[in-house]
Design a protein. Sequence first.
Length: 299
Amino acid sequence: MSYLELFASQTNFLAGIQKPIEAARYVVFGVPFDATSTYRNGARFAPNAIRQASQNIETYSFRSGVNLEDIALHDAGDLNVSLEAKKTVDMTRLVVEEIIAAGKVPVAVGGEHTVTFGVIKGLGGRIAKTAIVSFDAHLDFRCEFMGAALSHTTFMHLISDKIKPAKIVEVGIRAACNEELVAAKKAGVTFFTSQQIIKEGSLLVGEQLREALLPYDSLYLTVDLDVLDPAYAPAVQNPEPEGLSTTQLLDLVLGICDNRVLGFDLVEVDPIYDQGISALVAAKVLFEMLCQLEASRRK
């Protein structure tokens, strides 16, 4: 029995599409975990809400010229997570290791941002040559928060300190404490603030982002939906004003969706705080990222 069969169960499928896992290139799985949430909780409901929203939007991407229905996509369902962060991280790692070993692209849907730590651990030895690009309002670079060393506020510091990727780039940043700024600068993190993107434009900053990533053999992308302004995504766990628009986010993230991408995740949607708007936006971002990756592969 595989780890996916052991740890995951299925309710419905992203976009209503389900190819056999043996034939799939992209394997989607949900991680409904929000036990370390510090403001709003409810991200555990996001994977199912995003799937439901995804079944009610069209699948053709005008940005990439690809139809999601033509992509070899398998939705493995949700992991049967633990309330303990470490156990959930370890479970996520095992699942990602299995997906990578099968030559497929993992696509994780959170849940809170802690789940990204498990995905990154699952990338194994490739991480030494991989740049992690995080689209987020927050640096998430605390050493600990409220007595917890492993949480959605500390996971990026843990990735930097314990896993040591080739590079960390954070995009859309507009919320941090002094401790995080000092630690991130010491670790050599490059970040683009939301104010910079709003003033200079997503196309110009997109060029700077692509240039910053040129030296790296592979990329891992993580999207915390609170990178968007609450006007576009009100139902997130830690909303911050003065964020990006949906169009700005897509311009930036799709500009780096190329053949170097090992996998990606989307996290921190909290669907109980709106009437489905944020889940719909999350589904759209997932669709566009999958279509852009497929367009890059076909080239």
